[in-house]
Write a protein that binds this ligand. Sequence first.
Ligand SMILES: NC(=O)c1ccc[n+]([C@@H]2O[C@H](COP(=O)([O-])OP(=O)(O)OC[C@H]3O[C@@H](n4cnc5c(N)ncnc54)[C@H](OP(=O)(O)O)[C@@H]3O)[C@@H](O)[C@H]2O)c1
Length: 248
Amino acid sequence: MTGAPGVEGKVVAVTGASSGIGEAIALLLAERGAKVVLGARRADKLADLAGRIEQAGGEAVVAETDVTKREDLVGLVAAGRERWGRFDVLVSNAGAGSVGPITDLDVDGWELMVDVNVKGLLYGVAAALPVFQEQGSGHFVTVLSVAGLQISPGTAVYAATKNAGRTFSEALRQEVGDSIRVTAVSPGMVATDFTQGTKNDEARAQMEESKDEIAIDPSAIARAVAFAIEQPADVDVNEIVVRPTAED
Ligand SMILES: NC(=O)c1ccc[n+]([C@@H]2O[C@H](COP(=O)([O-])OP(=O)(O)OC[C@H]3O[C@@H](n4cnc5c(N)ncnc54)[C@H](OP(=O)(O)O)[C@@H]3O)[C@@H](O)[C@H]2O)c1
């Protein structure tokens, strides 16, 4: 473990830390000296990750979290404060994605994306904002998507939920004043299991194919998150886009 200025000692909660991008963010931040609160539903995966972080000399606590439940986000923030007495960064990374034409009328999938990607983000902000205000410092980092920047058929609801997050984050930045930072990170195609959430067989096969061809490692997104966190307190990195060089 090598402590890094700006990251070392900060208490950082990561939602969706049980796999993919969230796991990579938690690992990298812990390696750089952050104390990490691991949030997701799969507690076994979180316990395994916490074990690996501690084995490497880092500090982690598990907080089983379903971001569609408001009280779980309150518990996530409380877990960091109870263990380390403060709470510095909320990384809202948990996400749901089901891609396919609107005519599929996958209303259950639409609801899930709204619940996880929009309401989950709002619940997290509602839980952390009073703490940040009381402390006089804090940082919201939200994982959005290139899908919201480059709209294409099949991604309507997923992109819409990610752009709800983008709009909200910009308003949040303007409203919270000069002691709280707000960062949105938009990844392109990343090598994770995220494609499994798509029910439409054709859309899923297409995504799997391009993932095999061009996807970048989740650690690329983790480095972008660390970059935003490690800046001096008066520097607010607001938007980062990280995608494969080979992506259209
Ligand atoms: N992979 C890509 O190409 C890509 C591109 C752009 C943006 N993104 C975004 O990156 C983020 C992470 O996705 P990933 O690619 O790392 O995929 P992933 O490996 O499938 O991770 C998704 C994570 O979200 C968590 N999650 C889902 N529903 C949840 C809920 N209700 N409560 C708490 N956690 C929940 C999952 O944990 P549990 O199942 O254990 O709860 C899992 O840890 C998402 O926001 C996604 O939209 C991904």
